[in-house]
Design a protein around this ligand. Structure first.
Ligand code: ZN
Length: 260
């Protein structure tokens, strides 16, 4: 995750703020479908920082692992911005965050994780984006996923946004024909799918707590647990837990949609 406070985020231009109320009626988004199961197949999940793989699609990845899918996680950055008070020795934090990611994923039943090790919070040039997209394309070619998870397009943190751009470029470049789904961490989305994660939610919480270096700063388990509880609102009568997903490419399998 890495708290975005203090980062220079783009603000609307003054002209945008003064534009007044639009006369166009907003269109009503369709209700998300409910999945109590996830699609079967090979899974590749891209995380901007060590912990986003849990915070975003952690319950979904546990469901994939439990049904025997080959799940691989790729963590793009080294997470070294996640220690603003300098509590850990320089150089040790990246290794610590890798271990926390591996420990957290073990709670979810996932052992296949790769770390690209890019510095986080880094302003990527166009050349950097192209190099990262080439890396993502290689991951797609090696793992041959049927389902890809990535940060959704408006997740609101610069690193999350960049990884969305990187992965969607790679999906396009490789002619990916499977299903790509965005997950939420920093900004709640208008979802296409709610996945019920009630049965695996305790494991997601345990996986979040494995990221002790981050929980020491921010109660991510509380916040993201709250988001999972909130996602039970639309289809689950506010009971249990869910995770929201938004389609990036491919067709949602109609057979998974539960009558509600
Ligand atoms: Zn993050």
């Amino acid at each position: 995750m890495i708290d975005a406070a203090g980062l220079a985020l783009p603000l609307p231009a003054a002209g945008d703020q003064d534009a007044g109320v639009s006369a166009a009626e907003p269109s009503l988004p369709p209700l998300p479908v409910l999945w109590r199961r996830v699609p079967t197949g090979r899974v590749l999940a891209f995380a901007p920082h060590p912990d986003d793989e849990v915070a975003g699609p952690g319950g979904v990845l546990a469901l994939h692992a439990d049904q025997g899918d080959a799940v691989r996680v790729v963590v793009a950055t080294d997470g070294t911005s996640g220690d603003p008070d300098g509590r850990h020795a320089p150089g040790a934090l990246a290794a610590l965050r890798r271990r926390e990611s591996q420990d957290g994923l073990r709670h979810l039943g996932v052992r296949d994780v790769r770390f690209w090790g890019f510095p986080d919070g880094h302003v990527l040039s166009e050349a950097d984006l192209q190099n990262a997209a080439a890396l993502a394309a290689r991951e797609l070619a090696e793992h041959r996923p049927d389902v890809v998870y990535l940060p959704w397009e408006l997740d609101g943190h610069p690193d999350h946004h960049r990884l969305h751009v990187v992965v969607t470029r790679a999906l396009a470049a490789t002619g990916f024909r499977g299903l790509a789904l965005g997950y939420e961490v920093w900004n709640a989305m208008v979802p296409d799918v709610i996945v019920e994660t009630t049965a695996v939610f305790p494991r997601k919480q345990a996986a979040m707590l494995a990221h002790a270096s981050q929980i020491a700063y921010t109660q991510y388990d509380h916040c993201l647990g709250g988001l999972s509880a909130y996602r039970s609102l639309v289809h689950l009568r506010g009971r249990g837990y869910g995770e929201a997903l938004r389609r990036v490419s491919g067709a949602l399998p109609a057979a998974l949609a539960e009558p509600t």
